[in-house]
Design a protein around this ligand. Structure first.
Ligand SMILES: Nc1ncnc2c1ncn2[C@@H]1O[C@H](COP(=O)(O)OP(=O)(O)OP(=O)(O)O)[C@@H](O)[C@H]1O
Ligand SMILES: [Mg+2]
Length: 254
């Protein structure tokens, strides 16, 4: 069973409860979007799932293990990949070389650079480049990519770790509308054979990709369900969507 099952999980910082979840479950190959106001605990949830933060109490079961008991490396090995905001790309290397390093990550950087790629690995890199819209950029130096392409390269590098569950925090931040839409398509493609938890504030992007949505508010799950239900829920409109929509309108005007 490759579903994620979070049970009675709470995280606090200096006595302040940042996260207090009763049950949160993500099925195999499900794409789950998590929304909520600033400070709702969204990033903290991902931090717990990738071993960066430890809960006071609670469990996060995945593949018969409790993620809250594992180290960050053990969690990656188990198949939980996370795309971080901070870049991990080598800007002076080409896209292809960056992907090759991701394939060979466990050999060490220098061994990898001089390692001759097997045909199968070359094909895998090309396949992942295609899934992330980078097939024509393989020979470009990573530092010259657009902001969107750099983000897709980061996604590609995580895919090459072979995660079963993929955690993505605000993937569309700073992207143009076109890049944002393309990112939505990439994530939807990934959901064919990965489970994903995607955190996002951009409501147009959320509407593009969302199936089931979880709304966090003050560390708790306020509402969970299909996008249509969630966006018409008065509690969600009051605590989040009202202000998010105003933001959209302002940015559309300005
Ligand atoms: N390392 C930390 N130390 C102290 N407080 C923290 C820490 N990390 C998060 N918090 C607090 O926990 C709460 C939840 O933060 P979190 O970053 O998870 O929110 P978020 O939903 O991701 O918000 P945003 O939409 O702004 O990214 C906030 O009040 C935040 O200030
Ligand atoms: Mg956050």
């Amino acid at each position: 069973m490759d579903n994620l099952y979070v049970q009675k999980l709470s995280v606090s910082f200096d006595g302040f409860k940042a996260l207090d979840i009763d049950i949160f479950e993500v099925a195999q190959n499900e794409l789950r979007v998590v929304i909520g106001p600033n400070g709702a605990g969204k990033t903290t949830l991902l931090d717990v799932l990738c071993g960066r933060a430890r809960p006071d109490v609670g469990h996060a079961y995945f593949k018969d293990q409790d993620l809250t008991k594992l180290s960050e490396d053990e969690i990656v090995d188990l198949g939980v990949g996370r795309k971080f905001q901070a870049p991990t790309v080598f800007t002076s290397l080409t896209v292809a070389d960056n992907l090759m390093l991701a394939v060979k990550a466990n050999r060490g950087v220098f061994a990898s650079l001089f390692y001759r790629l097997q045909a199968a690995e070359r094909r895998r890199i090309e396949e992942v480049a295609e899934r992330t819209g980078l097939e024509d950029a393989l020979d470009e130096v990573a530092g010259t990519l657009s902001h969107g392409q750099k983000q897709w390269l980061e996604i590609a590098m995580v895919i090459l770790q072979d995660p079963t569950l993929f955690l993505v925090d605000e993937p569309a931040a700073g992207m143009t509308d076109q890049e944002t839409f393309r990112t939505g398509e990439i994530l939807q493609g990934l959901a064919e054979d990965h489970a994903l938890i995607v955190i996002e504030h951009d409501m147009e992007f959320v509407r593009q990709i969302a199936r089931k949505v979880t709304v966090l508010h003050e560390g708790r799950i306020l509402v969970e369900g299909p996008m249509e239900t969630v966006q018409n829920d008065p509690r969600v409109i009051e605590c989040y969507l009202g202000t998010a929509m105003e933001r959209d309108e302002h940015s559309a005007v300005g």
